[in-house]
Design a protein around this ligand. Structure first.
Ligand SMILES: [Zn+2]
Length: 309
């Protein structure tokens, strides 16, 4: 937000100042930690774009906006599927950013036994541990934000506690993953008109999700909690990231670390479904709070799958 008071006299601008006061979140600001999933290889990349290019663009944007200690959550299976993609992880570390675990193969905990999920988690550890050299890497981001149905949940929570893992929760996301394959297809076709329309739709989604999350926090907690944003290390989000970070700043965001954000008591409050879905939605459900009936609508993404076919 622009400093209205600095631009005009108090007499002329009383209306403008009153309006600015309504924009409470921009006035007081809010904390948000940025976290990135599916390192080093989220979805398809357009022709001529490498995982290294995506990592470089990502890191340049995060550094330009002074975003501290951005956790990248790793699926180590990519290191075997795409030899050379480990360089993207090395670049992340060289930038001073930490890595955490997103399981080896991006396994949904509900797709098999608890033991199979634990084995997949452990299989992902060496690639992370070796690069973190004594630093704290025992953070788990559940793939699909799925923390287990009744048959799995209590078991995985006990396992994580015994192995000193923390859960990386999420309070804001804006479906950035849904643009990944569409972007690769549209780039392959050279359909720049489609890509321009995707950019507009994507930023509408970013702004809607900030507004909805800030409103939801106010409704559930009566205050702005420290937020955690989830985005994915894909080529389209890398392209849009400078604009995304600017949009957050314009809404009053102050970038903090994941540890700082999760030191907010909202993250340690008792929950029967710890780690499942989005924090505020989960808490609202458990408290029986209706979040969305009077909220601004989310952006429809159902058109993306049919584009550039
Ligand atoms: Zn993921």
């Amino acid at each position: 937000m622009k400093p209205v008071a600095a631009l005009c006299s108090a007499v002329l601008c009383s209306a403008a100042l009153a309006f600015a006061a309504f924009s409470a979140h921009a006035q007081t600001g809010f904390d948000v930690a940025i976290t990135v999933d599916d390192l080093p290889a989220h979805g398809s990349v357009p022709p001529g774009v490498s995982r290294i290019d995506v990592a470089r663009d990502y890191l340049a944007a995060l550094k330009a906006h002074n975003v501290p200690a951005v956790y990248g959550f790793v699926n180590a299976v990519a290191l075997e599927r795409e030899p050379g993609s480990g360089t993207a992880l090395d670049m992340w570390r060289a930038a001073g950013y930490p890595l955490g675990n997103h399981t080896y193969s991006h396994m949904n905990i509900n797709s098999g036994s608890l033991e199979a999920f634990e084995a997949d988690l452990e299989k992902g550890e060496p690639a992370i541990r070796d690069r973190m050299k004594g630093e704290d890497w025992r953070y788990l981001r559940f793939p699909y934000l799925s923390a287990g149905d009744d048959a799995h949940h209590a078991g995985i929570i006990a396992y994580l506690k015994a192995h000193k893992y923390k859960i990386a929760d999420v309070s804001i996301s804006f479906n950035d993953w849904a643009y990944t394959e569409t972007y690769a297809r549209c780039m392959a076709k050279g359909d720049s008109e489609a890509i321009e329309s995707m950019k507009i739709q994507y930023m509408q989604g970013v702004k809607a999700s900030i507004a909805r999350s800030l409103m939801a926090s106010q409704k559930v907690y009566g205050r702005q909690i420290s937020h955690v944003l989830l985005i994915h290390e894909g080529a389209f989000t890398a392209l849009m990231l400078p604009e995304v970070l600017t949009a957050f700043e314009e809404e009053g965001a102050h970038f903090v670390t994941l540890d700082q954000a999760q030191s907010d008591p909202a993250y340690s409050a008792a929950s029967a479904h710890q780690g499942e879905g989005l924090l505020i939605e989960r808490t609202a459900k458990e408290k029986g709070i209706d979040l969305w009936s009077d909220a601004p609508p989310d952006v429809d993404i159902s058109n993306l799958d049919g584009m550039c076919r």
